[in-house]
Design a protein around this ligand. Structure first.
Ligand code: SF4
Length: 257
């Protein structure tokens, strides 16, 4: 065990949605059935990461979403430098971020940036007016952007870590559509990120991770069975000590640790 506390990027949103869900996920692997929309999203993601269809065995929907996303990337002039970039990035003396960037790219104007692929049921909503301009999607401004744009010590393959993250969002609400949203690093991002990470570490250290029972429980939480002590719940989870936030993360096939 180290003195460094490791926080996976996706755990930040998870903690703020339900602290108990974060706590369960840092102890257990969920090994039960996966919903079809999560399965499709992760299959399309795996194909974008370079896995072959015979390795992934995608559903028709996942394959179609992957094909549309690949065409979009090609047709809009992105040059992919690296895919699936796994990084452990110190943010404070005792907290490190763990993240896997979908792709490091240049856009058609040779601007360096990060790309993130999303496969969802619905398009992201945009705000008509904000202090940073119209048409911004709140989902592009969240902790993921702040966490991914936090510069690592070594910015290779770039000289300087990009200040733009661009989300390509594939939805199938009215046929398969791809829309683009982005976040440009702001001066307040670091302060917000550090505050968010310190709160998570304190909550873990003090074992203060309350349940936020609400709409997520019924359909969107893999930890509901253990949280609500449903009959047979113990068959759905496997204790995984490597997920302890004080254990140095190693990359695994599903990007968890
Ligand atoms: S079932 Fe609800 S309260 Fe329990 S961990 Fe999941 S989201 Fe939180």
């Amino acid at each position: 065990m180290s003195t460094m506390f490791y926080i996976r990027q996706s755990s930040i949103g998870q903690f703020y949605a339900c602290p108990a869900k974060y706590a369960f996920s840092r102890k257990y692997d969920y090994v039960g059935p996966v919903s079809w929309w999560l399965r499709d999203g992760s299959q399309a993601h795996a194909l974008m990461a370079g896995q072959r269809p015979d390795q992934v065995e995608p559903s028709d929907r996942a394959l179609l979403m992957f094909q549309r996303m690949s065409e979009y990337v090609d047709n809009h002039g992105y040059t992919i430098i690296e895919r699936e970039v796994f990084q452990v990035v110190p943010v404070t003396r005792v907290i490190s971020l763990v993240r896997t960037v979908d792709a490091l790219v240049y856009d058609k104007d040779r601007t360096p940036m990060l790309l993130d692929y999303k496969f969802t049921g619905r398009p992201w909503a945009e705000l008509e007016a904000t202090g940073w301009g119209p048409g911004l999607a709140p989902q592009a401004m969240g902790f993921q952007s702040k966490a991914y744009l936090h510069p690592p010590k070594d910015a290779t393959p770039f000289k300087k870590w990009p200040s733009i993250i661009r989300y390509l969002v594939c939805d199938d609400q009215e046929g398969i559509t791809i829309s683009r949203h982005e976040h440009i690093r702001r001066p307040t991002d670091r302060e917000q990120l550090v505050g968010a990470l310190r709160t998570i570490k304190d909550a873990h250290d003090k074992d203060r991770t309350p349940k936020n029972e609400g709409f997520m429980c019924a359909k969107y939480c893999d930890y509901r069975a253990i949280c609500m002590q449903e009959p047979g719940y113990s068959d759905l989870y496997k204790l995984n000590e490597a997920k302890d936030p004080y254990e140095k993360p190693i990359r695994s096939g599903d990007n968890s640790y």
